[in-house]
Design a protein around this ligand. Structure first.
Ligand code: R5P
Length: 309
């Protein structure tokens, strides 16, 4: 690719390689390892002066993933890259995106500031936890959707009497868009978060009795939101339950809980690395073509809006 280079951090190299395959581009030769004390050491072994550089790195824990990204930005800046785009398939620290209680941080804004000051000129991400996080960056930020890949898979299952369920109000916009594209009904769970990793279902709004359900969310972390919703939907007579989420965070015993649940299948994307061997109910779909196509269009100053479906 003329004047374009892909740089992969260590957080999701498999996805970076797939993006490279889509673009027919090799990943840039870099050193990204540790000093003896654990600090990150970085060095780019190719000339990137004036080059359009795309750094691919998810920012899920450990925090070293984020620090690697910041260090790579600084490395590219000091190596006189022409433009530095941070490709962040999963933008971590996004859930604290507003001050909804006293004495809480807005980590989504803090991380955006760190990315800005470390030298990024653009950000390309996917299914941000909330769309307004785009505005937390002082550089242009494009928020892609995994929807084309997820929708194609759900369609291939040819489910009758389909209802898309948003497990909380936050994911309703995504739920409505999916329901429209699938010609399905929409229902929503009235969820209350009693603790950071614990949720309670207050009510289910919409008809789910005898319906085949797809619970749709941006991410599955502890699995509490998903499992609580699935339990309530089963009680209310759902015929079958599948789950679909872009980001497979899967913290704690989420996989074990999913295996024991009434959920038949969980569909996620590869924005985060996930070994399907950990949970046979999980199917991982590849979103590298969406990210690769957006990189291509950004590089050639073409519109990326047709990818926003
Ligand atoms: C919440 O607002 C999000 O959309 C997800 O529902 C939530 O982050 C999932 O987390 P957990 O799996 O820990 O309930």
């Amino acid at each position: 690719m003329d004047g374009l280079k892909l740089i992969a951090g260590n957080s999701n190299r498999a996805l970076a390689e797939k993006i490279g395959e889509y673009l027919g581009a090799e990943l840039c030769d870099i050193e990204l390892d540790r000093f003896g004390d654990g600090e990150i050491h970085a060095k780019i072994n190719e000339n990137i002066r004036g080059v359009d550089v795309f750094i691919i790195q998810t920012t899920n824990p450990p925090a070293e993933n984020l620090i690697e990204l910041l260090i790579l930005n600084d490395t590219c800046f000091r190596a006189s890259a022409g433009r530095i785009t941070n490709v962040i398939p999963y933008y971590g620290y996004a859930r604290q995106d507003r001050k909804d209680q006293p004495r809480v941080p807005i980590t989504a804004k803090l991380v955006a500031k760190l990315i800005d000051v470390s030298g990024a000129n653009r950000v390309l991400t996917m299914d941000l936890h909330s769309a307004q996080i785009q505005g937390f960056f002082d550089v242009p930020a494009d928020n892609l959707f995994a929807a084309p890949v997820l929708l194609e898979y759900i369609k291939s299952r040819k489910m009758q009497d389909l209802t898309i369920v948003s497990p909380d109000v936050g994911s309703m916009k995504m739920g409505r868009a999916f329901a429209k594209r699938l010609n399905a009904e929409l229902a929503v769970v009235d969820k209350r978060r009693s603790d950071k990793d614990k949720t309670e279902v207050m009510n289910v709004i919409g008809d789910v009795d005898g319906r085949n359900i797809v619970i749709l969310d941006d991410m599955i972390s502890s699995g509490s939101t998903l499992l609580q919703a699935a339990g309530e939907l089963t009680l209310k007579g759902a015929a079958s339950i599948m789950a679909c989420a872009t980001h497979p965070v899967f913290s704690g015993d989420a996989c074990g809980k999913i295996m024991k649940s009434s959920i038949s299948e969980v569909v996620v994307s590869n924005t985060l690395p996930f070994d399907p061997g950990r949970c046979p109910k999980v199917k991982v779909l590849d979103v590298s073509s969406i990210l690769g196509e957006a990189i291509l269009r950004i590089h050639s100053n073409e519109s990326v809006s047709t990818l926003f479906v």
